[in-house]
Each structure stands twice: as C-alpha cells, then as structure tokens.
Design a protein around this ligand. Structure first.
Ligand code: R5P
Length: 266
C-alpha cells in the first residue's frame, strides 16, 4: 500500500486499537430528509468530536460541516436513484469525480455495490474504476454491500459473497450488515469490515449486543447512523458504542455508560 493511501486509511481505522467508529449521515443521497437528519448541521455538530470518521455526501460536507474539523471524511460518491425508484434502486453510478474528493480532502471514498441485482455489473465495474483512480491518487475505497429494500438478503451466504467480491475487485475496506454466523462473512473477506447499524432497533441494548457480536466475530468497527442519531440521547449513544468498539466493553457496561451519559454524568 502506498504511503498516502495507508495514511488516509489509518486516519479512519485507528492504529491505537485497530478499530473504528464511523458516523454515517449519508442517507439523504437517496432517502432525502429522513427523521432526525432534516437539518444535517445540527445532527452532526454535537456528534462529530466523538466519531473517528464521518460518512457523508459532498453537498452536506460543504454546506454543513466546519472545515476546521480534524475528523476524517469518508465521501459517498455513488448514487443516481431515489427511494421512489422501487426495484431500480440499485441503478447507481459514480456521481462524484475523484478530483473533487481530493479537493475536499476526503480520507476515503465510498460506493455501493448491488450484488445479485440486474445492476450488479455496472456497480461492480464502477467499484473497479474507483479503485483504479484511488490507487493512482492514494485514496482508499470503501465498498458498501447494499441490499436495498431486500432485507431478507442479509444472510451470511449472501453477505460473504458480496463482501468477498468487493475485496476481490480491490476495495480497501468494506461496509456490510451484521447477520447470524457473521464469522463466515468476516472469515472470507481479506480486507477490514465495518457494519452498518440498519434501521433503528427496539432498544439500546440491542445495538450494543449487535456491535459487540460483530466485533467479536471479526468486524473492525461500525459505520452507524440511525441507531445513534435517531436516539433521543445521541451523544450518550455514540459514547457507549465507542466503549464497545475501542475499549472492549460488554453490552451491559455500554448500557451503564449510556445511562450515565443520559443523566449528564461524565
Ligand atoms: C445508507 O443509506 C447508507 O450507506 C448508510 O451509511 C448506512 O446504511 C449506515 O447507516 P445506518 O446505520 O443508519 O444503517
């Protein structure tokens, strides 16, 4: 790995622990103003100091994030369809030039691949092109194994296939979903894996258990959105998730940290 590319990646996956808490706020690229992300600036600002990296679009980065921040940015560069597109949701392409990612001082670029859909070829070849440009310019590429509305696809067999293909096409790290038998997914993917949180779970403990299990089964961290910022106590939530990821906290300990954070204790 060239120095610049490795340096960028190590700004995201923290060398002290080999782990990462990414905060995902890119949902508007196909969902529009979803709950608690209507005003991205006010959602992002209080959480930014607690995130190892922020995943977002260039529009929100330019309009809503203070350029004085030290937090590394992971720029979503794929898109092209909205939630209204139904089964065509997978019809994504690369929507941002790599030069703009460099201009924005991004630490990585992210693109979704839709394995098993009729647009798998275009999204996989898009990943290849992005990796080619990333290698030229020292920019790591995060492949996101998107499942669209087909949540039933989130089993180990499918996700292992999609993650492995992402790595084979040259992704430097991969974002996927947590599933039963997650070790089958992580064990066959030769690059680091982070998990998305998915739609808001019923309780905070469900989130801490999912994060703990994913880390124990081979993930290097989380790239979590709704389960953090849709919580009424988002800052307490991200602190508790950090304890799971970076300090090896149990779900129970994370629960205590969350409760203390809610109460305003340190
Ligand atoms: C999808 O809209 C984005 O790629 C999100 O970044 C991803 O789904 C992670 O966010 P969440 O934890 O809310 O699923």
């Amino acid at each position: 790995m060239d120095w610049g590319l490795e340096n960028r990646l190590k700004r995201i996956i923290r060398p002290e622990t080999g782990r990462v808490v990414m905060l995902a706020v890119d949902h508007g690229y196909f969902l529009g103003p979803i709950t608690r992300l209507e005003d991205p600036r006010s959602t992002i600002a209080p959480l930014l100091p607690h995130a190892d990296a922020l995943m977002l679009t260039r529009g929100v980065l330019r309009a809503c994030v203070d350029p004085g921040t030290d937090t590394p940015m992971v720029l979503r560069v794929s898109g092209g369809r909205s939630i209204l597109a139904g089964e065509d949701l997978s019809d994504e392409g690369i929507a941002v030039a790599m030069e703009d990612a460099v201009r924005l001082n991004a630490s990585a670029v992210a693109l979704s691949i839709f394995v098993g859909t009729r647009h798998e070829r275009q999204t996989l070849l898009g990943l290849s092109r992005l990796v080619d440009r990333g290698q030229e310019l020292g920019m790591p590429v995060l492949a996101v194994t998107a499942v669209g509305k087909e949540l039933e696809k989130r089993d180990a067999r499918y996700l292992a296939l999609a993650c492995r293909m992402a790595a084979e096409f040259g992704a430097h790290f991969v974002k996927t979903y947590y599933c039963e038998d997650f070790e089958k997914v992580s064990g066959s993917c030769p690059v680091p894996l982070v998990i998305a949180g998915g739609p808001k779970l019923e309780t905070e403990m469900d989130v801490f258990r999912m994060a703990r299990d994913a880390l124990d089964r081979g993930a290097v961290g989380v790239d979590m959105g709704r389960n953090i910022w849709q919580n009424d106590h988002a800052k307490a939530m991200i602190r508790a998730v950090r304890a799971v990821v970076h300090e090896g906290a149990t779900p129970e300990r994370a629960g205590e940290i969350f409760e203390a954070g809610k109460a305003g204790a340190r």
